[in-house]
Design a protein around this ligand. Structure first.
Ligand SMILES: Cc1cc2nc3c(=O)[nH]c(=O)nc-3n(C[C@H](O)[C@H](O)[C@H](O)COP(=O)(O)OP(=O)(O)OC[C@H]3O[C@@H](n4cnc5c(N)ncnc54)[C@H](O)[C@@H]3O)c2cc1C
Length: 416
């Protein structure tokens, strides 16, 4: 069979790994210029790999398969040097958080680090490229996909027996165009996670960082909204993320270079119901409003006390940001965020303070907006010769789950 793989990210890696030793001809179309491009693949920042049944996607992935892919990525690093941790394997911690209303999520973590990831991706690419049936086409953005009964046509010229789309979140335009033509591809699109990135001195969360590396908790706040932590970065850095027409915050950590602060996201899940059906539009508008207040391409930074009391921050004290100075403005996030979201986050932090003293210190830092969009959940049964895998399918939200999804779809194709 002649198979096209659109996008070379985590899901494509799982797919190709399963297919590379078969007779099928695999054509990979990647919009980035080459393997060194800074925009290629979601596997280029942080590289925190985890094995968990409670996060990473709405897909059942056997934990053995998850661990197999963790080892796969680590084995493709030059040093095999990673940081590790176990979230809530210690019963004492589990009970302490549970008692205060948190839902602790169990997971094993392996942190490769932003600095090592480029090499990992390159080594995987080199391996695939050495197979005669694996053909890479860089600088090849796919803009049109036309599934017919027999073949799938790409960009109105090349035809394939099968096409797998794995364009991640950055490829949302391509998926949107398809869902406009085939609205019954969409199964669900109601959620968006809106929140902040929190930054505080390492010593306050030192014990948790040492014990787990990443602590994953969920919490039903007094507003009724679910709030969760996401992407904890011990000794890490806060960065901004460019979505094209707005900027958000994110965080990462390196394996060699360390800061004095820990950062993690605190996200509120907003579930919108009929007649509203545009969570991406809702989240984008909040992000844009925050950017308008901060000035072009900037995010807002505020101390926790001012965030809680809705006052503009003018000075910082004791805790200083790891985000570069030209990327933020001191301001008031309350001017951009709905009250219910702010109340949910404050409730979360105040409750966490009862377990981790110092979390609610007045001078800790709050950055906004941090927004996680969920891709539409796609109905993968609609076409037999066109499948969606990884984050663009709405089924995954992490490197390991996306890789496993690609692998499982390849298995399905081979079995049929
Ligand atoms: C800043 C950041 C940090 C993250 N850190 C972590 C982490 O530490 N741990 C973790 O588990 N997850 C992390 N994630 C999430 C993780 O990167 C994704 O869940 C995962 O990469 C999804 O894999 P994917 O294959 O679906 O998409 P991706 O890995 O994003 O790959 C999609 C590829 O498709 C290409 N593409 C897009 N559109 C087209 C088109 N039209 N034609 C051709 N090519 C196209 C893109 O250039 C890209 O190379 C992070 C995400 C971000 C943004």
């Amino acid at each position: 069979m002649k198979i096209a793989i659109v996008g070379f990210g985590a899901a494509a890696i799982g797919f190709i790994e399963k297919m590379k030793n078969t007779d099928h001809e695999l054509h990979i179309f990647e919009k980035s210029k080459d393997i060194y491009s800074s925009s290629i693949s979601g596997i280029r920042a942080d590289g925190k790999l985890f094995v968990s049944e409670g996060m990473g996607g709405d897909l059942k992935v056997d934990v053995k398969l998850q661990k197999q892919f963790v080892d796969y990525y680590i084995n493709h690093s030059d040093t095999k040097n990673v940081e590790t941790g176990k979230s809530f394997s210690n019963d004492g911690y589990y009970k302490k958080f549970y008692e205060k209303g948190f839902l602790p999520i169990s997971a094993d973590f392996y942190h490769i680090g932003t600095d090592q990831l480029k090499q990992v991706l390159y080594n995987i690419y080199e391996d695939f490229n050495s197979h005669k049936n694996v053909l890479f086409h860089f600088n090849s953005e796919i803009k049109h996909i036309n599934p017919t009964n027999e073949k799938v046509i790409l960009n109105e010229k090349d035809s394939f027996d099968r096409v797998v789309i794995c364009v991640g979140r950055s490829g949302h335009k391509l998926v949107n165009n398809l869902t406009i033509k085939h609205p019954d591809l969409i199964l669900d699109n109601t959620n968006v996670d809106i929140g902040i990135r929190f930054e505080l001195p390492n010593h306050i969360v030192e014990e948790l960082n040492k014990e787990m590396y990443e602590f994953k908790i969920k919490y039903k706040s007094k507003t009724g909204y679910m709030v969760r932590t996401f992407c904890n970065n011990p000794s890490g850095y806060v960065v901004t993320e460019n979505y094209g027409d707005f900027f958000t915050v994110n965080g990462h950590a390196k394996i060699n270079e360390k800061s004095k602060n820990t950062n993690f996201a605190i996200l509120t899940t907003v579930k919108l119901t009929q007649p509203f059906n545009d969570p991406i539009g809702y989240g984008s508008h909040i992000a844009k409003l925050t950017n308008i207040l901060a000035g072009e391409n900037k995010v807002i930074l505020q101390t926790y006390k001012h965030f809680k009391n809705s006052k503009r921050t003018k000075n910082l004290y004791r805790v200083f940001p790891t985000l570069e100075k030209e990327k933020y403005i001191l301001g008031d996030i309350n001017l951009a965020f709905p009250r219910r979201i702010i109340e949910s986050i404050v409730d979360f932090i105040e409750t966490l303070e009862t377990i981790v003293p110092g979390v609610a210190n007045a001078d800790n830092l709050v950055y906004a907006p941090e927004i996680k969009f969920y891709s539409n959940k796609i109905n993968n049964n609609k076409f037999s010769n066109l499948k969606f895998m990884g984050d663009c399918s709405g089924a995954t939200r992490s490197i390991i789950y996306a890789t496993a999804h690609g692998y499982m779809i390849a298995e399905e194709i081979l079995n049929n």
